[in-house]
Design a binder for this molecule. Structure first.
Ligand code: ADP
Length: 570
């Protein structure tokens, strides 16, 4: 049997116990003792049998020497501190076993002849000891030959070949068994080595993944962003400290925990609660990933504005296994935006009153222009024109900075509105070398705020002319179906890049084509137009390509639903 070294790394032992369950769990001394024990028991049995069958045989000096050697060998297994000696030195014991068996057989007693079979034990020990086969197998052959030939060699008679050959079967069998045992042990050792290597790799991988986890935790708790990861069933698998802070913020006052539907989560207007199914984490679980969605958490002075973004977690074959949602605190940005809007609104308001007065007096002065020198009248007209431009700008700024204004809806003809708009834009078109065509032929009746929609059509027509600086054709058409009416303004002017079209309705946005050509403007008209169209439950679409021109299409429902106010500022 093999005696592996349990002190080598990777060999696992169960905790200390009085008598360990497995052979390899014993100390080296006990393992040597246990390896010798079967032979000692075998010899004890042989002696017992001899004591009954032929007591005289036990008096033989060879038998007595053999028995004494066996006792000494068994005692040596326990007495010698094998672990302090060179590893493998204990194999001296099976070698001495061969000797002691040979000595017992020297007695020539028929009763003790069978002890030759006990040679099997030292044979096994040597074969399974892990000793190199080149040493173990010759030792087995020599040892077993010594056991079977000893009575023949020392009986004083001349040896014949036949005598020597007769007992040879036993050493051959032992050799075969030794080969089989050593092969088995060698393969087991290989397996053990492979297992140890796997064990080592596993420990290494575990260490690596623990390090990664520590790193991830450190990063998660350092970043000032709330992070939550959920699996495909919606269970939380990871949540960082910041996210727990956000969660606490959304708890109702004095509550230590609350169900999802009780959490204080509001839309950007800070008052409309967001239903649980529409909150970012729930949406991410349902596969609807959000980007920069704004919401407010909590109540009163502690409330915070939070922007969230979510992404899917996918495994190697692309299957979605969960989602990660990130929450950023954007309260300061929102407050700064609010302060900016307040400032714009206040300044615009303050500017409008004196401007209106200036324009009033200019108009009074111009009423008497016949009495003024010609050049003074021309100066006043320039001042009036610019004053009006300034007033329009101030009105636009006010419209974007102030909240909802009521709509005055009535049944009206969109085609008529378009005609008015085209008529008043005609002089500008002529001045810009633009051919302005109105192709609306049939009435387009619907319920809408004439003033507000007129503002939209004016803005689209004036843009179409303004952004055709090299001249061209602007065509305005209206259309109507049972459910909607609409107006299309197409030009052959500058056009825009697709990326610019995407941002067209953002406050103060101006396309590159406009800024490159230094065409004056502030980027508010379309923003206001979209707000007006949205409040009517309609849509506004744009198709444009650089150098080819643009087409703006407005659609309005014929019979709009109840929504009667402009939407709140986004
Ligand atoms: P403004 O004209 O004062 O800049 P708008 O909100 O009306 O503001 O338009 C925003 C931007 O959209 C413009 O600056 C311009 O770049 C682009 N734009 C609008 N209409 C057209 C058009 N018909 N052709 C090309 N670009 C346009």
């Amino acid at each position: 049997m093999t005696i592996p070294d349990s002190h080598q790394p990777g060999v696992r032992t169960t905790g200390p116990s009085l008598f360990p369950r497995y052979f390899h769990q014993h100390g080296l001394r006990m393992r040597v003792f246990l390896s010798q024990l079967p032979l000692s028991i075998g010899i004890a049995c042989a002696i017992l049998i001899a004591a009954v069958a032929n007591p005289k045989a036990l008096g033989d000096p060879f038998v007595m020497t053999g028995i004494l050697t066996q006792i000494l060998l068994l005692a040596a297994t326990l007495a010698v501190p094998w672990h302090r000696l060179t590893f493998g030195l204990f194999l001296i014991i099976p070698v001495f076993d061969f000797l002691s068996l040979a000595v017992i057989r020297l007695s020539g007693s028929d009763t003790l002849n069978g002890v030759a079979a006990l040679t099997l034990f030292p044979v096994f020990w040597l074969a399974a000891s892990g000793l190199s086969r080149r040493i173990a197998l010759p030792a087995i052959v020599l040892g077993s030959l010594m056991v079977v030939w000893s009575p023949l060699v020392f009986d004083g008679n001349t040896l014949t070949t036949a005598q020597l050959l007769r007992p040879l079967l036993l050493p051959v069998i032992f050799l075969g068994l030794g080969v089989a045992a050593s092969t088995l042990v060698a393969s087991m050792e290989k397996q053990q080595m492979a297992l140890k290597e796997k064990d080592r790799q596993l420990v290494e991988t575990l260490g690596l993944s623990q390090k990664r986890e520590q790193l991830l935790n450190a990063i998660m708790n350092t970043v000032n962003v709330g992070l939550v990861a959920v699996d495909a069933d919606g269970n939380d698998i990871l949540m960082n400290r910041k996210q727990r802070d956000f969660h606490r913020l959304a708890l109702p006052p004095d509550a230590r925990d609350a169900a999802e539907e009780q959490l204080l989560v509001f839309e950007s207007d800070q008052t409309t609660p967001i239903p649980p199914a529409e909150r970012p984490v729930r949406r991410a679980i349902n596969g609807d990933y959000v980007s920069e969605t704004l919401m407010w958490l909590g109540n009163g002075s502690n409330r915070r504005a939070v922007s969230s973004t979510s992404r899917a977690i996918k495994d190697t074959d692309g299957t979605v296994t969960g989602s990660v949602v990130a929450f950023y605190d954007v309260t300061e940005v929102m407050l700064a935006l609010q302060a900016k809007d307040d400032f714009v609104s206040n300044v615009s308001h303050e500017l409008r009153t004196p401007l209106t007065s200036i324009l009033g007096y200019l108009s009074l002065a111009l009423e008497e222009s016949t009495q003024l020198p010609k050049h003074l009248a021309a100066y006043l007209q320039v001042a009036e024109r610019n004053g009006e431009r300034l007033l329009n700008l101030v009105s636009d700024l006010l419209a974007t900075a102030t909240p909802a204004v009521g709509l005055h809806r009535q049944l009206a003809d969109l085609s008529e509105l378009v005609e008015l708009s085209v008529d008043s834009a005609s002089p500008r078109a002529t001045a810009n070398n633009v051919v302005l065509l109105n192709q609306s032929t049939t009435p387009a009746m619907a319920v809408f705020d004439v003033g507000r929609i007129g503002q939209v059509v004016d803005n689209l027509v004036s843009n179409a002319i303004k952004y055709s600086p090299d001249g061209g054709v602007v065509t305005v058409t209206t259309f109507s179906t049972d459910s909607e009416v609409g107006c299309r303004v197409a030009d052959t002017g500058l056009g825009m890049e697709a990326a610019d079209v995407e941002r067209l309705f953002t406050k103060f946005f101006r396309a590159k084509s406009a800024t490159d050509r230094a065409i004056p403007g502030v980027g508010l008209g379309l923003r206001i137009s979209k707000g007006i169209v949205d409040s009517h439950g309609g849509t506004i679409e744009v198709q444009s390509s650089p150098g080819q021109g643009s087409v703006f299409t407005v659609r309005l429902p014929v019979d709009p639903d109840a929504d009667t106010s402009l939407p709140a500022e986004p």
